[in-house]
Ligand binder design. Structure first.
Ligand code: MUC
Ligand code: MG
Length: 367
């Protein structure tokens, strides 16, 4: 049960089609695979997807902070001393993605050691989640085509539409085309990644008020404090805090300050240990939760569904679990399968996933 080594392996896998949104664009999964080794020969794994446009982390920075600060701080601790690990990592500010991957790799190693699935250790509420697919910027016709393909191929009926372009009609036209093209049966919601002002957001939401949207996420920056509060007060659907609520303290500030009424939990940035704290906080505050996607590959998606399925509150809404489908390849020995719009938690101990050594050798960038 003792941690003896922590590895941080950078790799790069191209996307077939880049995902574009108001705060950035991703055309390759330039992530870091984290492996935590124990003295029993167990190896826990997790993925770190750096998102410099949101958290300031880079692939080299993630590998460096793990190798130079985190690994020396936690080697020698046992897998059950997760709160000690948490406190040691917290001595370094920021670096949410690097910290989360270390945390989740420890949980995977713990599950393997106890021969129990991580999702059951976390809460064991259900074994699957409905899937929501994120649609990146494109023309209305291309976005309707993509959504139609996702519905026909995987049975996905929930779509998060990226918005936040100027003029706002570029995006409102897309959402209208999606509603007309897909019909009333699908669930649609929007995510602006802070691209609009509060006034632009209000205008866009008014223009789309007949389209039956279920959520609005980060339409304008949380730092525009009064504007955002003004916007949230006039909406009749939950306003999701995503990148503005990446810690329990930020969740408390956003919700109690009236700047959001729902929260996106992303295991890529809060791991399992802090995601538990965020979940319990949201339950206590009585706010809705969405399991978000940090443009995760299959390993990250396996973590999201393991956490999301563990609790009632996190499994109620569809989780954002499908954007790995846009990658040209992945690292796992067996692909995740979305069927009938649903992703099941993988069976087996820990996270239930294994890395294909040949694929890792092909895509790692440090050798
Ligand atoms: C999202 O919900 O914002 C875009 C950037 C990122 O970090 O996650 C995605 C999706
Ligand atoms: Mg978002």
């Amino acid at each position: 049960m003792k941690i003896v080594a922590v590895e941080a392996i950078p790799y790069s896998i191209p996307y077939r089609k880049p995902l574009k949104f108001a705060s950035g664009e991703v055309s390759a999964a330039e992530h870091v695979l984290v492996r935590v080794h124990t003295d029993d020969g167990v190896v826990g794994i997790a993925d770190a997807p750096p998102r410099p446009f949101t958290y300031g982390e880079t692939q080299r920075g993630v590998a460096a902070v793990i190798e130079t600060l985190f690994a020396p701080a936690i080697v020698g601790l046992t897998l059950v001393e997760r709160e000690v690990v948490h406190a040691k990592l917290a001595r370094t500010v920021g670096n949410p993605v690097a910290k989360s991957a270390v945390d989740m790799a420890i949980w995977d190693a713990l599950g393997q050691t106890l021969d129990l699935p991580v999702t059951e250790l976390l809460g064991g509420y259900t074994d699957r989640m409905r899937v929501s697919h994120m649609l990146g910027f494109d023309t209305p016709a291309a976005m309707v085509d993509e959504a139609t393909r996702m519905r026909e191929t995987y049975g996905i009926e929930v779509f998060k539409v990226k918005v936040g372009r100027r003029p706002v009609d570029l995006d409102t036209a897309v959402v209208r085309a999606l509603r007309e093209g897909l019909g009333e049966g699908v669930e649609l919601y929007v995510d602006g990644n802070r691209g609009w002002t509060a006034a632009e957001s209000a205008r866009a939401m008014k223009e789309m008020s007949d389209l039956g949207l279920t959520l609005a996420e980060e339409l304008c920056p949380a730092d525009d404090v009064l504007g955002r509060r003004w916007l949230v007060q006039q909406l009749d659907i939950p306003f999701v805090a995503d990148e503005s609520a990446t810690t329990p303290a930020e969740v408390t500030r956003e919700i109690l300050g009236g700047s959001a009424t729902a929260v996106s939990i992303k295991t890529a940035r809060t791991g399992f240990t802090t995601s538990q704290r965020t979940h319990h906080l949201c339950e206590g505050l009585g706010v809705d939760v969405v399991m978000g996607n940090q443009i995760d590959g299959q390993l990250g998606t396996a973590c999201t569904v393991a956490f999301g399925a563990a609790f009632d509150l996190t499994s109620r809404r569809a989780g954002e679990l499908s954007n790995f489908l846009d990658m040209s390849d992945d690292l796992l020995t067996e692909s995740l399968e979305i069927r009938d719009g649903t992703l099941s938690v993988l069976p087996g101990s820990g996270l239930g996933v294994r890395i294909d050594p040949d694929k890792l050798a092909r895509y790692r960038t440090d050798q």
